[in-house]
Design a protein around this ligand. Structure first.
Ligand code: PMV
Length: 323
């Protein structure tokens, strides 16, 4: 069997994080500038069923059989074997690498899962369809997040703009006009499980207030979808919607002084609007920008403490359905 590799992009949530966990719509897109990669080589001297997993960035180098039941990488591999009904696969070594910042709201966990699921199923001669890849990655997400909405594994599997409501079939939608984003990292780890848990605790104490906030966030995501589908000259209006979404995220207490500082600096330097992206507290902000202001805004973000800035585009296109 030849060596096989598969990759998966990062992701960026444009609108609707947190509220999406409570049934509101959210919009996300793939972030193609970063990726996770899974490379599989047969173990020529190995015995059937022997699987070695290496992930140098987390200093992992172990046999699958030694890894705990809740190890995310091992779970991705084990779930593919179960899905394919294979008990003793030909021996192989799986090496995982990633350029996606970890715990930064850019989907690194889901991307690693998707890359592994694709590579292992292809190596075993039965490449899985996207819907199965996403479903298996969702199971692994539960280990990372506890109660994930499923948006990360969906957008990362399909690599297209996605309109997502938890528990419903995800939809893609046409994007009328490309627009530019800058993504800037606070360098502070964002612990999705903890932040999602704190929002839940707040919601349990004051359901009325939290549900009003979630609903308002959902309305913003809805407006953004309409605008992205059929609007022209949309960047500035999208920026305004991002600002409104950010105020609501502040009400949910998931922003932080570092995130707020990056957002303010981007806007002072000419960004059309900005918000945190992902679970918050740390991780990344996104800002809608126009090309002529790009380098000024990048400079301002670094001056305000950003540890990394990625320039990307949400591409216009008719994006086919998710199948
Ligand atoms: O994995 P992150 O940090 O991008 O967060 C995911 C977005 C949340 O809405 C906060 C959680 C979820 O499961 O949708």
């Amino acid at each position: 069997m030849p060596a096989i590799s598969a990759s998966a992009p990062g992701k960026v949530i444009l609108f609707g994080e947190h509220a999406v966990v409570y049934g509101q719509p959210a919009i996300a897109d793939a972030l193609l500038e970063v990726e996770a990669k899974a490379i599989i080589n047969p173990l020529i001297q190995g015995t059937p069923g022997e699987i070695r997993i290496q992930a140098p960035s987390i200093k992992l180098d172990a046999d699958l059989s030694q890894l705990p039941i809740d190890d995310p990488l091992a779970t991705a591999v084990r779930n593919v074997l179960v899905e394919l009904g294979i008990k003793a696969p030909p021996p192989f070594k799986l090496r995982v690498t990633s350029t996606i910042p970890v715990a930064a709201g850019l989907g690194s966990g889901a991307a690693v899962s998707v890359a592994i699921i694709r590579a292992v199923s292809a190596f075993l001669g039965q490449p899985l369809k996207d819907a199965r890849v996403s479903a298996i990655a969702f199971e692994v997400e539960k280990l990372h997040h506890g109660t994930p909405s499923g948006i990360d594994n969906t957008v990362i599997t399909y690599r297209k703009p996605v309109y997502f409501i938890k528990g419903k079939p995800p939809e893609s939608f046409p994007v009328n006009e490309s627009f530019r984003l800058l993504i800037a990292d606070t360098g502070i780890l964002s612990q999705t499980r903890a932040v999602v848990g704190e929002v839940r605790a707040g919601w349990e104490q004051n359901k009325n207030r939290y549900e009003k906030i979630f609903k308002s966030i959902g309305e913003i995501a809805e407006k953004a979808r309409e605008l992205m589908t059929s609007g022209t000259g949309i960047a500035s209006y999208l920026g305004t919607l991002m600002d409104q979404n950010q105020y609501l995220l502040q009400d949910l207490k998931v922003s932080s002084s570092e995130l707020d500082r990056l957002i303010a600096s981007a806007k002072e330097a000419g960004a059309l609007g900005a918000k945190l992206s992902g679970a918050g507290r740390g991780g990344n902000i996104i800002a809608v920008i126009e090309e002529p202001r790009r380098s000024d805004i990048e400079d301002a973000l670094y001056a305000a403490g950003a540890t990394g800035v990625i320039a990307t585009k949400v591409f216009g296109g008719s994006w086919g359905p998710l199948e």
